[in-house]
Design a protein around this ligand. Structure first.
Ligand code: HEM
Ligand SMILES: *[C@@H]1O[C@H](CO)[C@@H](O)[C@H](O)[C@H]1NC(C)=O
Ligand SMILES: *[C@@H]1O[C@H](CO)[C@@H](O)[C@H](O)[C@H]1NC(C)=O
Length: 334
């Protein structure tokens, strides 16, 4: 739409050049008029401020890393990257109140709120919460020794946040490859994107309830999911006995839980996938080649992860009247 509007220009030659430029821009930087230079004049220190505040928070708690990364994913998959997941509603009917979002760690929200406060001091009223979350997600991956990438900016904050919009948009840990592929596909993401993005489970925690079915009640005929490495299953049973409370969580990557690396994929090859949705990526044939590729080559995983994260960052971007620059990331302006 942006492209078409620009090419209806009075001077034909200028219009042609403008259209070509905007096409090139669109190819390189995605739609919606986003660009890495979006705040170049209005908030030149933006990226330094974000990195400083994210680092400060990460120095306080390592949970910052997985919490921010997951928050970004959940925001973007539900009605686009528009910070709608950050809205706090008094009647508890906002996106974050959905059961699918109830385990999003508070440290993710806290990180964005702190960055926003610091940004508002230097550049009041110009930087969206959606862009702050996108930058923070890039920074936490890099702080955990993962890849670095240039973040496209220019997202506005959304005007809608409803718990009822979440259902069916986010993947479930009990899903198999076909269902996972379908759910990502609905957001314009390929199966390869899905496999690459699942590599985010190289950091962070999961509550026992998300996978105990695989340990104690897999099917009517077998109690233990046979795709588990037996030693790993034993350790998980110790950490998560059948009567375990709702607060107990385990590392999702038992070997390098705070480093963003490709060990997640090596784990899958050895039966150390925590969720059904992790283990099936290797256990079921269709996506196994991609798992093997990423297990073998960290650079290839990193490259694919970056490309997929940039795709995620372009989902449902709001522009014009479709959004605003929130003053407070947890509330609409009006
Ligand atoms: C492929 C389908 C996916 C499924 C089924 C899934 C599901 C889950 C579940 C159930 C948890 C544990 C939540 C808890 O118990 O508290 C979790 C954690 C996490 N997920 Fe995913 N996820 C998927 C993809 C992704 C993607 C694409 C990303 C980011 C790019 C991501 C990032 C994370 C992170 C970082 C954590 C750890 C959160 C923390 O420690 O606070 N996940 N995921
Ligand atoms: C975070 O910790 C590192 C390593 O201890 C330190 O060098 C850095 O200055 C800290 N940064 C902030 C912003 O607190
Ligand atoms: C085992 O799973 C079945 C089917 O999902 C369920 O109906 C049953 O209540 C579960 N049993 C236990 C002990 O959790």
């Amino acid at each position: 739409m942006e492209k078409r509007r620009r090419s209806v220009c009075a001077v034909a030659a200028v219009a042609l050049v403008a259209a070509m430029l905007s096409l090139g821009e669109a190819a390189a930087y995605g739609g919606g008029g986003m660009s890495p230079d979006y705040y170049k004049t209005t908030c030149p220190q933006l990226e330094d401020i974000v990195l400083k505040e994210v680092t400060r928070k990460k120095n306080e708690t390592i949970v910052t890393i997985p919490a921010v990364l997951r928050l970004f994913f959940h925001d973007c998959l539900v009605n686009g990257c528009d910070a709608s997941v950050l809205i706090a509603s008094r009647s508890a009917d906002a996106e974050k109140n959905s059961p699918d979002d109830d385990s999003l760690a508070g440290d993710g929200y806290d990180t964005v709120n702190r960055v926003k406060a610091a940004v508002e001091q230097k550049c009041p009223g110009v930087v969206s919460c959606a862009d702050i979350l996108a930058l923070a997600a890039r920074d936490v991956v890099h702080l955990a020794s993962g890849p670095y990438w240039t973040v496209e900016l220019g997202r506005l904050d959304g005007l809608v946040s409803k718990a009822s919009d979440v259902e069916g948009k986010l993947p479930d840990p009990d899903m198999h490859v076909k269902e996972l592929t379908d759910i990502f596909y609905r957001s314009g993401l390929s199966q390869r994107d899905m496999v690459a993005l699942s590599g985010a489970h190289t950091v962070g925690f999961a509550h026992c309830s998300r996978f105990t079915k695989r340990l104690y009640n897999y099917s009517s005929t077998v109690k233990l999911d046979p795709s588990f490495n037996p030693e790993y299953a034993k350790r998980l049973m110790e950490a998560c006995p059948p009567d375990v409370g709702p607060t107990i969580a385990v590392n999702m990557d038992p070997f390098s839980p705070v480093v963003f690396d490709n060990i997640y994929y090596q784990n899958l090859k050895n039966g150390f996938g925590l969720f059904t949705s992790d283990q099936v990526l290797y256990a079921e044939g269709v996506s196994r080649k991609t798992v093997e590729e990423f297990a073998e080559s960290e650079p290839r995983f990193f490259q694919a992860f970056v490309e997929s994260m940039m795709k995620v960052g372009r989902l449902g971007v709001k522009t014009g009247n479709g959004g605003e620059i929130r003053r407070d990331c947890t509330a609409f302006n009006h």
